[in-house]
Design a protein around this ligand. Sequence first.
Ligand SMILES: Cc1cc2nc3c(=O)[nH]c(=O)nc-3n(C[C@H](O)[C@H](O)[C@H](O)COP(=O)(O)OP(=O)(O)OC[C@H]3O[C@@H](n4cnc5c(N)ncnc54)[C@H](O)[C@@H]3O)c2cc1C
Length: 316
Amino acid sequence: MQDAIIIGGGAAGLSAALQLGRSRRTVTVVDAGKPRNAPSPAAHGFLTRDGVAPHELTRLGRADLELYDVRVIDGTVVSAEKMDGVFHVALADGTSIEAPRLLVTTGVVDELPAIPGLAERWGHDLVHCPYCHGWEIRDHAIGVIGSSSMAVHQALLFRQWSPNITLFLNSAPEPAATERRQLAARGVRLVEGAVARIHSTDGAVSGVELADGSLHRVDALTAQSRVVARASFLTTLGLAPVPGEFGELLQVDGNGLTAIPGVWAAGNVADMRATVLAAAYAGAMAGVAINMDMIAAELAADVAAFDAAEPLVATG
Ligand SMILES: Cc1cc2nc3c(=O)[nH]c(=O)nc-3n(C[C@H](O)[C@H](O)[C@H](O)COP(=O)(O)OP(=O)(O)OC[C@H]3O[C@@H](n4cnc5c(N)ncnc54)[C@H](O)[C@@H]3O)c2cc1C
Protein backbone atom coordinates (compact mmCIF):
# COMPACT_ATOMS: atom_id res chain seq x y z
CA MET A 1 0.00 0.00 0.00
CA GLN A 2 1.21 3.49 -0.72
CA ASP A 3 2.08 5.92 2.08
CA ALA A 4 -0.32 8.78 1.33
CA ILE A 5 -3.01 10.03 -1.02
CA ILE A 6 -3.08 13.69 -1.96
CA ILE A 7 -6.48 14.89 -3.15
CA GLY A 8 -6.00 17.94 -5.39
CA GLY A 9 -2.99 18.61 -7.59
CA GLY A 10 -2.67 22.39 -7.62
CA ALA A 11 0.26 24.32 -6.12
CA ALA A 12 -0.37 22.96 -2.61
CA GLY A 13 -0.87 19.31 -3.56
CA LEU A 14 2.00 19.07 -6.04
CA SER A 15 4.34 20.78 -3.60
CA ALA A 16 3.41 18.30 -0.85
CA ALA A 17 3.94 15.42 -3.30
CA LEU A 18 7.42 16.74 -4.09
CA GLN A 19 8.39 16.78 -0.41
CA LEU A 20 6.97 13.31 0.21
CA GLY A 21 8.51 11.85 -2.96
CA ARG A 22 11.90 13.26 -2.00
CA SER A 23 11.39 11.71 1.46
CA ARG A 24 11.24 8.29 -0.26
CA ARG A 25 7.51 7.96 0.32
CA THR A 26 5.09 6.50 -2.22
CA VAL A 27 2.27 8.87 -3.03
CA THR A 28 -0.75 9.12 -5.34
CA VAL A 29 -2.09 12.54 -6.30
CA VAL A 30 -5.66 12.65 -7.62
CA ASP A 31 -6.40 15.84 -9.49
CA ALA A 32 -9.53 17.13 -11.23
CA GLY A 33 -7.39 19.64 -13.15
CA LYS A 34 -9.23 22.88 -12.30
CA PRO A 35 -7.02 25.17 -10.21
CA ARG A 36 -8.92 28.10 -8.73
CA ASN A 37 -7.14 30.61 -10.97
CA ALA A 38 -7.85 28.64 -14.18
CA PRO A 39 -10.18 31.39 -15.55
CA SER A 40 -7.21 33.76 -15.53
CA PRO A 41 -4.68 33.72 -18.41
CA ALA A 42 -1.70 34.31 -16.10
CA ALA A 43 -0.62 33.87 -12.48
CA HIS A 44 1.48 36.65 -11.01
CA GLY A 45 3.64 37.09 -7.92
CA PHE A 46 5.36 33.67 -7.98
CA LEU A 47 9.09 34.36 -8.01
CA THR A 48 10.75 32.98 -11.20
CA ARG A 49 7.27 32.25 -12.70
CA ASP A 50 5.64 35.71 -12.78
CA GLY A 51 2.99 35.64 -15.53
CA VAL A 52 2.93 31.86 -16.04
CA ALA A 53 -0.38 30.37 -17.27
CA PRO A 54 -2.10 28.46 -14.41
CA HIS A 55 -2.15 25.13 -16.29
CA GLU A 56 1.47 25.57 -17.36
CA LEU A 57 2.44 25.89 -13.68
CA THR A 58 0.74 22.60 -12.79
CA ARG A 59 2.28 20.94 -15.89
CA LEU A 60 5.73 22.05 -14.69
CA GLY A 61 4.88 20.87 -11.16
CA ARG A 62 3.88 17.41 -12.40
CA ALA A 63 7.09 17.19 -14.45
CA ASP A 64 9.14 17.83 -11.29
CA LEU A 65 7.55 14.73 -9.71
CA GLU A 66 8.56 12.29 -12.45
CA LEU A 67 11.85 11.49 -10.73
CA TYR A 68 10.12 10.20 -7.60
CA ASP A 69 7.72 7.48 -6.52
CA VAL A 70 4.71 9.72 -7.11
CA ARG A 71 1.77 8.81 -9.33
CA VAL A 72 -0.59 11.53 -10.58
CA ILE A 73 -4.10 10.43 -11.61
CA ASP A 74 -6.51 12.68 -13.51
CA GLY A 75 -9.79 12.15 -11.66
CA THR A 76 -12.26 13.42 -9.07
CA VAL A 77 -12.59 12.10 -5.53
CA VAL A 78 -16.24 11.66 -4.53
CA SER A 79 -15.96 10.15 -1.04
CA ALA A 80 -13.52 8.91 1.58
CA GLU A 81 -13.98 6.39 4.38
CA LYS A 82 -11.71 5.02 7.10
CA MET A 83 -11.68 1.28 7.83
CA ASP A 84 -9.18 -0.46 10.13
CA GLY A 85 -6.86 2.58 10.10
CA VAL A 86 -6.84 2.84 6.29
CA PHE A 87 -8.52 5.52 4.18
CA HIS A 88 -10.47 4.27 1.16
CA VAL A 89 -10.85 7.03 -1.38
CA ALA A 90 -13.49 6.59 -4.11
CA LEU A 91 -13.13 8.27 -7.50
CA ALA A 92 -15.93 9.35 -9.84
CA ASP A 93 -14.89 6.68 -12.38
CA GLY A 94 -15.74 3.93 -9.86
CA THR A 95 -12.16 3.05 -8.89
CA SER A 96 -10.78 3.42 -5.37
CA ILE A 97 -7.36 3.79 -3.77
CA GLU A 98 -6.16 3.20 -0.21
CA ALA A 99 -3.56 4.72 2.09
CA PRO A 100 -3.18 5.34 5.84
CA ARG A 101 -2.76 9.10 5.40
CA LEU A 102 -4.65 11.75 3.40
CA LEU A 103 -3.79 15.28 2.41
CA VAL A 104 -6.63 17.48 1.13
CA THR A 105 -5.48 20.25 -1.21
CA THR A 106 -8.60 20.76 -3.30
CA GLY A 107 -8.81 24.56 -3.06
CA VAL A 108 -12.01 26.60 -3.05
CA VAL A 109 -14.90 27.71 -5.24
CA ASP A 110 -15.48 31.45 -5.56
CA GLU A 111 -19.17 32.34 -5.23
CA LEU A 112 -19.77 35.69 -6.91
CA PRO A 113 -22.64 38.14 -6.39
CA ALA A 114 -25.51 37.10 -8.70
CA ILE A 115 -25.31 40.06 -11.07
CA PRO A 116 -25.91 39.44 -14.80
CA GLY A 117 -22.70 39.85 -16.81
CA LEU A 118 -20.38 39.64 -13.77
CA ALA A 119 -19.25 35.98 -13.71
CA GLU A 120 -18.22 36.08 -17.39
CA ARG A 121 -15.51 38.63 -16.58
CA TRP A 122 -14.00 36.65 -13.61
CA GLY A 123 -10.27 36.12 -14.04
CA HIS A 124 -10.10 38.60 -16.93
CA ASP A 125 -10.99 42.22 -16.17
CA LEU A 126 -12.91 41.26 -13.00
CA VAL A 127 -9.95 40.61 -10.71
CA HIS A 128 -10.07 39.08 -7.24
CA CYS A 129 -6.91 40.50 -5.70
CA PRO A 130 -4.63 43.46 -6.41
CA TYR A 131 -1.41 41.57 -5.62
CA CYS A 132 -2.25 39.08 -8.39
CA HIS A 133 -3.64 41.40 -11.07
CA GLY A 134 -3.55 45.00 -9.79
CA TRP A 135 -0.50 45.80 -11.92
CA GLU A 136 -2.36 44.67 -15.08
CA ILE A 137 -5.21 47.15 -14.41
CA ARG A 138 -3.12 50.02 -13.03
CA ASP A 139 -4.61 53.45 -13.81
CA HIS A 140 -7.82 51.86 -15.16
CA ALA A 141 -11.29 53.08 -14.19
CA ILE A 142 -11.89 50.36 -11.59
CA GLY A 143 -15.34 49.61 -10.20
CA VAL A 144 -15.56 47.86 -6.85
CA ILE A 145 -18.82 45.86 -6.63
CA GLY A 146 -19.83 45.83 -2.95
CA SER A 147 -21.40 42.77 -1.36
CA SER A 148 -19.72 42.42 2.04
CA SER A 149 -18.14 44.30 4.93
CA MET A 150 -14.83 44.18 2.96
CA ALA A 151 -16.11 46.54 0.24
CA VAL A 152 -14.67 49.78 1.67
CA HIS A 153 -11.37 48.07 2.52
CA GLN A 154 -11.15 46.71 -1.04
CA ALA A 155 -11.84 50.14 -2.56
CA LEU A 156 -9.16 51.80 -0.40
CA LEU A 157 -6.73 48.97 -1.23
CA PHE A 158 -7.18 49.19 -5.02
CA ARG A 159 -6.67 52.97 -4.73
CA GLN A 160 -2.93 52.10 -4.56
CA TRP A 161 -3.12 50.82 -8.15
CA SER A 162 -5.35 53.52 -9.68
CA PRO A 163 -6.55 57.02 -8.79
CA ASN A 164 -9.81 56.23 -10.62
CA ILE A 165 -11.86 54.07 -8.24
CA THR A 166 -15.64 53.89 -7.87
CA LEU A 167 -17.20 51.91 -5.05
CA PHE A 168 -20.65 50.65 -6.06
CA LEU A 169 -22.18 49.97 -2.67
CA ASN A 170 -24.75 47.48 -4.06
CA SER A 171 -25.52 45.09 -1.14
CA ALA A 172 -22.53 46.02 1.08
CA PRO A 173 -23.25 47.55 4.50
CA GLU A 174 -23.57 51.35 4.69
CA PRO A 175 -20.07 52.82 5.30
CA ALA A 176 -19.58 54.42 8.70
CA ALA A 177 -18.93 58.18 8.85
CA THR A 178 -15.17 57.56 9.28
CA GLU A 179 -15.12 55.31 6.23
CA ARG A 180 -16.95 57.90 4.15
CA ARG A 181 -14.28 60.46 5.11
CA GLN A 182 -11.53 57.98 4.19
CA LEU A 183 -13.08 57.31 0.78
CA ALA A 184 -13.50 61.03 0.13
CA ALA A 185 -9.95 61.82 1.29
CA ARG A 186 -8.56 59.26 -1.17
CA GLY A 187 -10.78 60.47 -4.03
CA VAL A 188 -12.82 57.23 -4.19
CA ARG A 189 -16.31 57.87 -5.61
CA LEU A 190 -19.15 56.23 -3.68
CA VAL A 191 -22.22 55.23 -5.71
CA GLU A 192 -25.19 53.95 -3.71
CA GLY A 193 -27.91 51.65 -5.00
CA ALA A 194 -28.19 48.09 -6.30
CA VAL A 195 -26.18 47.02 -9.33
CA ALA A 196 -28.48 45.59 -12.04
CA ARG A 197 -25.98 44.32 -14.62
CA ILE A 198 -22.44 44.54 -15.96
CA HIS A 199 -21.98 45.75 -19.53
CA SER A 200 -19.22 44.44 -21.79
CA THR A 201 -18.12 45.69 -25.19
CA ASP A 202 -15.89 43.66 -27.55
CA GLY A 203 -15.21 41.10 -24.79
CA ALA A 204 -14.15 43.66 -22.19
CA VAL A 205 -16.06 45.20 -19.30
CA SER A 206 -17.36 48.67 -20.19
CA GLY A 207 -19.92 49.73 -17.60
CA VAL A 208 -21.95 49.17 -14.45
CA GLU A 209 -25.71 49.64 -14.71
CA LEU A 210 -27.65 50.38 -11.55
CA ALA A 211 -31.24 49.39 -10.80
CA ASP A 212 -32.28 53.04 -11.41
CA GLY A 213 -31.05 52.69 -15.03
CA SER A 214 -27.95 54.88 -14.68
CA LEU A 215 -24.82 53.62 -16.46
CA HIS A 216 -21.32 54.23 -15.08
CA ARG A 217 -18.28 53.69 -17.30
CA VAL A 218 -15.52 51.43 -15.94
CA ASP A 219 -12.90 49.31 -17.69
CA ALA A 220 -12.02 46.93 -14.85
CA LEU A 221 -13.84 45.48 -11.85
CA THR A 222 -13.23 43.83 -8.52
CA ALA A 223 -15.71 42.15 -6.18
CA GLN A 224 -15.79 40.16 -2.96
CA SER A 225 -16.29 36.47 -3.67
CA ARG A 226 -17.45 34.08 -0.98
CA VAL A 227 -14.93 31.23 -0.84
CA VAL A 228 -16.20 27.70 -0.20
CA ALA A 229 -13.82 24.77 0.36
CA ARG A 230 -14.14 21.99 -2.22
CA ALA A 231 -14.54 19.32 0.43
CA SER A 232 -17.99 17.72 0.14
CA PHE A 233 -16.30 14.30 -0.35
CA LEU A 234 -15.13 14.48 3.29
CA THR A 235 -18.60 14.34 4.84
CA THR A 236 -18.36 10.51 4.83
CA LEU A 237 -15.40 10.97 7.21
CA GLY A 238 -17.34 13.38 9.41
CA LEU A 239 -15.24 16.36 8.34
CA ALA A 240 -16.88 19.55 7.05
CA PRO A 241 -15.77 23.11 6.32
CA VAL A 242 -16.52 25.62 9.08
CA PRO A 243 -18.67 28.62 8.04
CA GLY A 244 -17.14 32.05 8.65
CA GLU A 245 -17.89 35.62 7.60
CA PHE A 246 -16.29 35.28 4.16
CA GLY A 247 -16.88 31.61 3.34
CA GLU A 248 -16.39 28.05 4.53
CA LEU A 249 -12.96 26.47 5.05
CA LEU A 250 -11.45 23.37 6.65
CA GLN A 251 -9.89 24.02 10.03
CA VAL A 252 -6.33 22.84 10.65
CA ASP A 253 -3.62 23.19 13.28
CA GLY A 254 -0.19 24.75 12.66
CA ASN A 255 0.96 21.58 10.86
CA GLY A 256 -2.09 21.35 8.62
CA LEU A 257 -3.66 18.51 10.63
CA THR A 258 -7.49 18.44 10.69
CA ALA A 259 -9.65 17.17 13.54
CA ILE A 260 -9.49 13.67 12.00
CA PRO A 261 -6.20 11.88 12.80
CA GLY A 262 -4.41 10.99 9.56
CA VAL A 263 -6.08 13.76 7.52
CA TRP A 264 -4.19 16.95 6.72
CA ALA A 265 -5.31 19.95 4.61
CA ALA A 266 -3.30 22.77 3.01
CA GLY A 267 -3.58 25.67 0.57
CA ASN A 268 -6.79 27.58 -0.13
CA VAL A 269 -9.02 24.80 1.21
CA ALA A 270 -7.80 25.80 4.70
CA ASP A 271 -6.57 29.37 4.10
CA MET A 272 -8.55 31.76 1.89
CA ARG A 273 -5.67 34.27 1.70
CA ALA A 274 -3.09 31.84 0.31
CA THR A 275 -1.70 32.96 -3.05
CA VAL A 276 -0.11 30.34 -5.34
CA LEU A 277 3.25 30.78 -3.63
CA ALA A 278 1.71 30.60 -0.14
CA ALA A 279 -0.33 27.50 -1.13
CA ALA A 280 2.86 25.84 -2.42
CA TYR A 281 4.57 26.63 0.91
CA ALA A 282 1.65 25.29 2.97
CA GLY A 283 1.61 22.12 0.86
CA ALA A 284 5.36 21.63 1.33
CA MET A 285 4.99 22.03 5.10
CA ALA A 286 2.08 19.57 5.20
CA GLY A 287 4.27 17.10 3.28
CA VAL A 288 6.97 17.53 5.91
CA ALA A 289 4.40 17.05 8.71
CA ILE A 290 3.11 13.83 7.12
CA ASN A 291 6.65 12.50 6.73
CA MET A 292 7.39 13.35 10.40
CA ASP A 293 4.18 11.59 11.48
CA MET A 294 5.28 8.47 9.59
CA ILE A 295 8.78 8.64 11.06
CA ALA A 296 7.28 8.85 14.57
CA ALA A 297 5.02 5.82 13.93
CA GLU A 298 7.87 3.81 12.39
CA LEU A 299 10.18 4.70 15.27
CA ALA A 300 7.61 3.62 17.87
CA ALA A 301 7.05 0.31 16.03
CA ASP A 302 10.80 -0.34 15.69
CA VAL A 303 11.47 0.43 19.37
CA ALA A 304 8.63 -1.92 20.45
CA ALA A 305 10.01 -4.69 18.21
CA PHE A 306 13.54 -4.05 19.44
CA ASP A 307 12.47 -4.18 23.10
CA ALA A 308 10.50 -7.38 22.48
CA ALA A 309 13.55 -9.02 20.89
CA GLU A 310 16.08 -7.78 23.47
CA PRO A 311 14.38 -7.15 26.85
CA LEU A 312 16.28 -4.71 29.06
CA VAL A 313 18.57 -6.53 31.51
CA ALA A 314 18.03 -5.30 35.06
CA THR A 315 21.23 -3.90 36.57
CA GLY A 316 22.39 -3.49 40.19
C1 LIG B 1 -9.38 34.48 -10.90
C2 LIG B 1 -8.22 34.22 -9.95
C3 LIG B 1 -6.96 34.62 -10.29
C4 LIG B 1 -5.89 34.37 -9.42
N1 LIG B 1 -4.65 34.83 -9.75
C5 LIG B 1 -3.62 34.58 -8.92
C6 LIG B 1 -2.31 35.06 -9.24
O1 LIG B 1 -2.09 35.72 -10.27
N2 LIG B 1 -1.30 34.79 -8.36
C7 LIG B 1 -1.52 34.10 -7.21
O2 LIG B 1 -0.55 33.87 -6.46
N3 LIG B 1 -2.74 33.65 -6.88
C8 LIG B 1 -3.78 33.86 -7.71
N4 LIG B 1 -5.03 33.40 -7.38
C9 LIG B 1 -5.18 32.56 -6.19
C10 LIG B 1 -4.80 31.12 -6.58
O3 LIG B 1 -5.78 30.62 -7.46
C11 LIG B 1 -4.67 30.25 -5.34
O4 LIG B 1 -3.71 30.82 -4.48
C12 LIG B 1 -4.22 28.84 -5.67
O5 LIG B 1 -4.99 28.30 -6.73
C13 LIG B 1 -4.32 27.95 -4.43
O6 LIG B 1 -3.72 26.70 -4.72
P1 LIG B 1 -4.32 25.35 -4.12
O7 LIG B 1 -3.36 24.29 -4.52
O8 LIG B 1 -4.67 25.52 -2.70
O9 LIG B 1 -5.70 25.11 -4.89
P2 LIG B 1 -6.01 25.02 -6.45
O10 LIG B 1 -4.98 25.69 -7.25
O11 LIG B 1 -7.42 25.46 -6.62
O12 LIG B 1 -5.88 23.45 -6.77
C14 LIG B 1 -6.80 22.53 -6.28
C15 LIG B 1 -6.85 21.35 -7.24
O13 LIG B 1 -7.65 20.31 -6.65
C16 LIG B 1 -8.53 19.82 -7.64
N5 LIG B 1 -9.72 19.25 -7.00
C17 LIG B 1 -10.76 19.87 -6.40
N6 LIG B 1 -11.66 18.98 -5.92
C18 LIG B 1 -11.17 17.76 -6.23
C19 LIG B 1 -11.64 16.44 -6.01
N7 LIG B 1 -12.78 16.20 -5.36
N8 LIG B 1 -10.88 15.39 -6.46
C20 LIG B 1 -9.70 15.62 -7.10
N9 LIG B 1 -9.20 16.88 -7.34
C21 LIG B 1 -9.94 17.92 -6.91
C22 LIG B 1 -8.87 21.02 -8.50
O14 LIG B 1 -9.40 20.61 -9.76
C23 LIG B 1 -7.49 21.69 -8.58
O15 LIG B 1 -6.73 21.18 -9.66
C24 LIG B 1 -6.12 33.68 -8.20
C25 LIG B 1 -7.42 33.28 -7.87
C26 LIG B 1 -8.46 33.57 -8.72
C27 LIG B 1 -9.86 33.18 -8.32
